[in-house]
Design a protein around this ligand. Structure first.
Ligand code: ADP
Length: 374
């Protein structure tokens, strides 16, 4: 089978690493010839994933196509689907998720618990919503890695909002943030990964470290699984879906957002679960049986972000020391240039003891630094 991936970032790179285990010819479309996935695919195609003609030309001649990012040309994917190319997930599912406004409407329509919200079309309109605060403003389209999200606690924060169609969502008193990956095959069968528990960096607003399986009461696990399954099934599409959830102080579970693709919250599944999320997506695309999602051992992920104030060719300080740690698995994404906060790699840790995972996560955060060449 000839399979294309739209986007050539680290998710595409890890998807391609798993592809090497199957008889599949891989193609990548991306406009950066030095992107993380460029050198691991059989055929690299230079082009813009948001351009109709580029995506159409890329998809014609392929058996199937998948995405590693949502900001793709959905019209072209719809045309390809009509022409018989299998698209994972369906263009209709990507369309719902791509815009936070349609995503929120989808949750409401399917009675999936997600924080109360309203829509604002301009900054002017946002300023009239003081009574709805404290809230979180989320730009409809184009936000990623926390860049399309602004916390609006009080009246004085209203200026920080987006002057574009956006969702204004009630602030949830978060006790825990979870992410749960669901696999759906073409027969509609599902497989559920154990949830991961995230801890965020309040300054960079990027994932800091996470542990999986999450330490949550069984009742919360059941709710989280039921809600994530409901999201995946309601999208009526084969594919892999990562559902991000909030648990509040009353143990209620709310959907934050869904990603219709392999997800950063599932990196640890490469070493930590019998079937990684990347292998699972190939099983779905190639129509093989779904794999075992059970954990082999509890795992943690530490993201390796570019150090503050360092811009330029990347240098990895503390790599030798990190590789000396038992069951620490380093993944560098092959990005030549570092920038403050840029996702440059991650380290997965495995241990039977959660305390050990937390201790080693913190150790690696202080040990391993991505700086620029002087
Ligand atoms: P992105 O798509 O950029 O990852 P998210 O929608 O996941 O953005 O929001 C980023 C973070 O902002 C969340 O992980 C959470 O910590 C916080 N956040 C988002 N929505 C809410 C909310 N309704 N209440 C409280 N915190 C929120």
């Amino acid at each position: 089978m000839k399979v294309g991936i739209l986007g050539g970032g680290q998710l595409g790179r890890m998807l391609l690493q798993a592809a090497a285990d199957y008889t599949v010819e891989t193609h990548v479309l991306e406009n950066d010839p030095n992107c993380p996935a460029a050198h691991l695919c059989h055929h690299f195609h230079l082009g813009n994933i948001q351009d109709y003609d580029a995506v159409l030309a890329f998809g014609q001649g392929l058996d199937a196509i998948t995405i590693e990012i949502e900001s793709v040309n959905i019209d072209a994917l719809e045309t390809l689907e009509q022409q018989g190319v299998k698209v994972f997930p369906s263009p209709a599912a990507i369309r719902i998720i791509k815009n936070k406004i349609t995503q929120k409407a989808f949750y409401a329509e399917h009675q999936i618990p997600s924080p109360e919200y309203l829509i604002t079309n301009s900054l002017e309109e946002l300023k009239s919503k003081e009574a709805f605060l404290p809230a979180v403003h989320k730009i409809g389209e184009g936000g990623y890695d926390g860049k399309g999200v602004q916390v609006i606690k009080r009246k004085e924060d209203l200026d920080k909002g987006f002057d574009a169609p956006s969702v204004l969502e009630k602030m949830v008193p978060i006790q825990k943030e979870l992410a749960l990956i669901i696999a759906v095959n073409t027969k509609g069968e599902t497989a559920v990964y154990p949830p991961a528990e995230m801890v965020f960096d309040p300054i960079l607003n990027l994932l800091d470290y996470q542990v999986s399986p999450a330490r949550i009461p069984e009742k919360v696990l059941w709710k989280a699984e039921a809600i994530a399954l409901k999201v995946a099934k309601s999208l009526k599409s084969a594919g892999l879906f990562a559902v991000e959830l909030f648990v509040d102080h009353d143990q209620n579970v709310w959907v934050n957002e869904t990603a219709p693709r392999v997800h950063n919250s599932g990196h640890h599944s490469i070493e930590g679960n019998y079937c990684s999320q990347y292998h699972q997506l190939w099983r779905i695309i190639l129509e093989y049986p779904l794999g075992n999602t059970d954990p082999i051992m509890p795992a943690a992920i530490v993201n390796l972000l570019g150090a503050p104030e360092h811009v330029g060719p990347a240098v990895y300080e503390g790599l030798h020391e990190t590789l000396q740690i038992d069951n620490a698995f380093v993944h560098l994404y092959g990005k030549a240039e570092t920038k403050p906060g840029r996702k440059m790699g991650h380290v997965t840790l495995l241990s039977t003891e959660y305390q050990d995972l937390v201790y080693k996560s913190n150790k690696i955060k202080h040990l391993l630094k991505i700086v620029s060449k002087k």
